[in-house]
Design a protein around this ligand. Sequence first.
Ligand SMILES: Cc1cc2nc3c(=O)[nH]c(=O)nc-3n(C[C@H](O)[C@H](O)[C@H](O)COP(=O)(O)OP(=O)(O)OC[C@H]3O[C@@H](n4cnc5c(N)ncnc54)[C@H](O)[C@@H]3O)c2cc1C
Length: 498
Amino acid sequence: MLWFFFYGQKHRDESEKTSLHEDGISTYLQYTTMSFNIARNGAQKRVVIVGGGFGGLKVANALRQSPYQVILIDKNNYHQFPPLIYQIASAGLEPSAIAFPFRKLFHGCKNVHFRMAELRSIFPEKNIIQTSIGKIDYDYLVLATGTTSNFFGNKHIEEEAIPMKTLSEAMGLRNALLSNLERSITCATEQERRELLNIVIVGGGATGVEIAGALSEMKRYILPADYPDMDKELLHIYLIEAGERLLGNMSPISSQKAEKFLREMGVDVRLGELVTDYHAHQVILKDGTAIPTRTLIWVSGVKAVATDNLPEFCFGRGGRLKVDACNRTEVADNIFAIGDQCIMTCDTNYPDGHPQLAQVAIQQGKLLAQNLIRLAHDKPMQPFRYKNLGTMATIGRNRAVAEIGCIKTQGIVAWFLWLTVHLRPILGVRNKINILLNWIWNYFSYDQSLRIILYAKKAKEVIEREKRETVTHWGDDLKKEHDIRQEDTPEANNKPKE
Ligand SMILES: Cc1cc2nc3c(=O)[nH]c(=O)nc-3n(C[C@H](O)[C@H](O)[C@H](O)COP(=O)(O)OP(=O)(O)OC[C@H]3O[C@@H](n4cnc5c(N)ncnc54)[C@H](O)[C@@H]3O)c2cc1C
């Protein structure tokens, strides 16, 4: 049996060596030397946190100077602030204003290490995870990888729509919007012009409402100045929602007000309509209506980032990992999941699980760090209870809706509340000042000057490394070892041989 494992491993190494050389993208040496390069610190226990979003970063921050060695892993080298992503997409802010490099956050902090890597598989029985840069073992594992866009199995939409969940997607959307505007001036046919000037946003949650509002302000204030030879009324913004109201997680009064604001701003709000397909530059609705567009913005749903090699029973609705009141998963007692990645149904106020919001991730991250410290001192963990600090969405200048406890407010007061609440948690004084100055400037000038179309060109070295990393480190050696052990169990040995 063991022979099979080593044979399998050798065979895989050989085939990888060949395929890598065939592609001409790497040397065998580079592949074999990829490693975390973090030594265990004596008997110090190790916490590995995967995902440096709101939840994961909170855990890492709270475990500074704790008795643990902390390893934070994220596929990006920066923390981002999703609530303001729509302002990046609509050219209102520059990306660096809402992003902060992890390494800078942990300057001088000896027990926290950062590695830029993507999680691939978990091997709970070995306390090891496999990532794009190799394996690492843990004593406690915290999964905080959040969510990704859900296209509900529609391949056309997945391939062609523009999602808006990450900074790079927001930059992709900004470039597409601006370059479509440029082409609408020079295109050859009326049909093409219509397609270029129709923007269809699918999903009437906070993100859909916010980007619709921002684009309609762009239409009103920017277009006439930047494109004097274009009739701005040709730019048509649709907001399509399958439910009967916008902002389904807020009260009906906030929904109605948001809808009223958007209609006043010229957005074509379509409620109770389902998008079923997108092809040949046409968005198809369930009733057969076709809307021509080359800009389909998909903000309609999310699902948890998939975690490989875990049993089916661990997952709940939306692919979220089921957790108990202390955020322990059903996989193992030393594997925790927090934030958007998990679903906790034992909080009596939220029997269907908490909403996927920043505050849930932050509060769970904070408590989990405290619980890990309790464990280090042999104390029992405390259960989580979500404290709802309120929900809000902004629609445009002086227009927002906010619900804090029993207070529901709309319009300018809600707008100021929204500005304050969203400025406070931005990381870094420079970023805060930058955003505040931008907002003040935009408010008084009705303009911002970030409308350049700029595509990043990757260096050859980076392209090759990324290509190399997609074919290596999939944990096949560990999976094979696991399969061999399964074969060695008495149940497997009693199975009739074929
Ligand atoms: C556009 C937008 C607007 C939003 N607006 C609001 C709002 O106004 N108010 C509000 O409360 N909530 C808002 N949300 C929701 C809020 O951002 C999430 O609920 C919150 O970010 C969840 O935190 P998290 O830590 O669970 O995950 P995230 O903050 O999503 O962090 C996940 C991290 O994991 C990393 N990652 C993902 N996969 C891997 C992998 N395989 N390997 C390594 N790293 C990985 C990502 O790079 C990321 O850093 C918004 C979300 C979006 C997308």
